[in-house]
Design a protein around this ligand. Structure first.
Ligand code: ADP
Ligand code: MG
Length: 599
């Protein structure tokens, strides 16, 4: 009873806290948009036009920000989608094909489709090659606008769509665009603070780990290309209205540069930063009027200054929270007793079985005819000298490598080779020899990424903050906090993950893996870099995880830990099994003792 009331009061306190956090997060945006809203009242039409332009640019940049700042895809030719939206609305409205708002709807759909077309190369091409492909697309769109005279008016141009009252005045149109900008901010912020936003950042900074959590990069990217494309084309319609008349040279390369640099100087993974970046870049040529012709040059200088002075952009400058020093001499005290709360699930009781696995990299035989079983509730140790194929074995099981021969199966069904994103749904979780985390995200967010596939709501539900999105967020946050308590990192939850010590990152990865409620957990040298005390506590934690029915595969160099907690041990040498058996059998194995244990 007592405990109940205490829990209730903690819950009340936390929900009040989260309300306050939401208000804190919203405050800077309310301030920026509040200032924008009074522009027409305190200045003249000229500044209202500039503010309108900033709002339109921001609508495009807010969507592009998810592609560039969150997913880390270098899409620099986004002026193409602005052009597309501008011409679509202008042609449809001036030709009286359909009413204004229907034309904007069609433009958004076109933008969504072409957003994917522009984005698709990202699934195959890396960074600069992708960047070049988006630029190529921008050139194509401009050339089509020039050449297709009968529809676009070619170089002579075409009249932009006109808005009906009350949006047909400078002020009225400004408020319409401001409303769109606010809506765009709200929607993209909702996505950013959802499992989708966290997954995008994880794809950017820890792609391999993201796949092991069951997140499909292609699906995530396509979804945000749709979104960003629709936003950009809608913005294009507004842009054409603002210009009143459009020709292909209204859509210069400078604009693409502006959109892209606004995000870079704003800071990756932030929304406020790129918003301020867009405002600054739109206003800059106004304040330095004689320099207007030099705007590209100014952008470049500004970008250089930001890269040199504040590599994290405006967002990093505003991140006061993470400048507070952390407590030194922190101890990690896991709480294995809490494990049943997070791991309880129905367990199939099947084994993971490897049979005759062979895998070569060129001339190197990394694995050579390996048989291995991981049973539920048991700890299987995998040891061997460096380069003996331990990590490669994990990578075969988690689907990163397709073996040249042999099978990996779970309870008799084959696990698809080369498809790492399919393992999470089978309840196979893992950690990495070098921790793969999102340094710029908080510890809590890093752990929440682990539960991405447990969410129920769709991207559209997150976009609009519908009930299922809010339920997912509460569920993931509660689960992640519990996982952090289990591994003993709860006091670091709000801290940027790149401020953690190496040993803490190892426990962070375990917490993230626990978010999958795994049936199997594979740990790649989890004790590397840990103190003796920490290794002992890690051992207890792993043992308790296996007691919950989880099958553990433990790759480790610390012989004490291995012999202490394993039920079964396989010793590898040059990709072959040198010995397999119980710890006491392995201890007596002559070759193992002489070759590996050095006894
Ligand atoms: P361990 O984890 O036991 O130290 P690994 O499984 O990482 O060893 O490596 C086994 C062998 O395979 C090593 O000789 C290593 O150089 C080679 N190897 C592993 N991954 C690759 C790769 N992606 N490309 C080429 N060679 C690799
Ligand atoms: Mg290794």
């Amino acid at each position: 009873m007592k405990a109940d009331t205490r829990n209730a009061s903690i819950a009340a306190h936390e929900s009040e806290g989260s309300w306050r956090t939401t208000a804190m997060h919203a405050l800077p945006f309310v301030t920026v948009f509040g200032f924008a809203a009074i522009v027409p009242m305190v200045t003249n039409d000229y500044w209202a036009l500039i503010a309108t332009r900033a709002a339109i640019y921001w609508l495009l940049v807010s969507g592009l920000n998810l592609v560039v700042g969150f997913a880390g895809q270098l899409a620099i030719g986004y002026v193409a989608l602005l052009t597309l939206g501008a011409y679509t609305t202008s042609v449809l409205v001036s030709g009286n094909v359909m009413p204004l708002f229907a034309a904007f709807g069609v433009a958004a759909v076109f933008g969504a489709v072409f957003g994917v077309v522009v984005g698709l190369p990202a699934l195959r091409l890396r960074t600069f090659y992708f960047a070049m492909s988006t630029l190529g697309f921008a050139t194509i769109v401009t050339q089509i606008a020039l050449a297709w005279q009968s529809v676009t008016g070619g170089g002579i141009g075409i009249a932009g769509p006109e808005f009906p009252a009350p949006f047909n005045t400078t002020t009225g149109f400004f408020y319409f665009c401001l409303g769109c900008a606010v809506l765009g901010t709200w929607m993209t912020a909702n996505v950013a603070h959802s499992r989708f936003g966290r997954a995008l950042i994880a794809i950017r900074d820890a792609e391999v780990a993201t796949e092991s959590l069951g997140i499909s990069k292609p699906r995530m990217l396509v979804a945000i290309f749709v979104l960003a494309g629709a936003f950009a084309a809608f913005a294009g319609g507004l842009f054409a209205t603002l210009q009143t008349y459009i020709t292909p040279d209204a859509f210069s390369f400078d604009l693409s540069v502006l959109f892209f640099i606004a995000i870079l100087i704003g800071g990756r993974g932030s929304i406020l930063g790129p918003l301020l970046g867009t405002v600054i870049l739109t206003l800059l040529p106004e304040f330095a009027a004689p320099l207007a012709a030099w705007s590209t040059f100014l952008y470049a200088v500004l970008l250089l200054a930001v890269v040199l002075v504040a590599p994290g952009g405006i967002a990093a400058l505003l991140d006061f929270k993470n400048r507070r020093p952390l407590q030194t001499n922190r101890a990690i005290i896991p709480r294995p007793a809490l494990l049943p709360d997070i791991l309880s699930r129905e367990r199939a009781g099947a084994n993971i079985a490897l049979r005759g696995i062979t895998l070569s990299f060129g001339a190197v035989r990394a694995i050579d005819g390996l048989d291995l079983d991981i049973a539920p509730g048991r700890i299987h140790g995998l040891i061997g000298p460096n380069g003996s194929g331990k990590t490669t074995t994990l990578n075969v099981i988690s689907g990163y490598y397709a073996p040249q021969s042999g099978t990996v199966s779970l309870g008799g069904t084959a696990l698809e080779p080369g498809r790492p994103e399919t393992r999470a749904e089978h309840g196979i979780a893992r950690t990495f020899q070098t921790p793969r985390i999102v340094g710029e995200a908080s510890v809590l967010q890093n752990v929440m990424v682990g539960g991405t596939i447990a969410g129920q709501g769709t991207l559209v539900e997150s976009l609009l903050a519908l009930p299922r999105h809010r339920r997912d967020e509460r569920m993931l946050e509660d689960a992640a906090k519990l996982a952090l308590r289990v591994v003993g990192l709860e006091s670091l939850a709000p801290v940027r993950a790149d401020r953690l010590q190496h040993s803490e990152l190892r426990f962070l990865e375990i917490a993230r893996a626990l978010m999958l409620r795994p049936q199997f957990l594979m740990l790649d040298e989890p004790a590397a870099g840990l103190s003796v005390d920490e290794i002992a506590r890690l051992g207890e934690l792993i043992r308790e995880i296996s007691r919950q029915g989880v099958g553990v595969l433990l790759v480790e160099h610390h012989a004490d830990l291995i012999f202490d907690i394993c039920d079964q041990i396989t010793v590898l040498n040059l990709g072959r099994t040198l010995a397999a058996g119980t710890p006491s059998e392995i201890r007596q194995h002559k070759e193992v003792v002489s070759a590996y244990l050095g006894g």
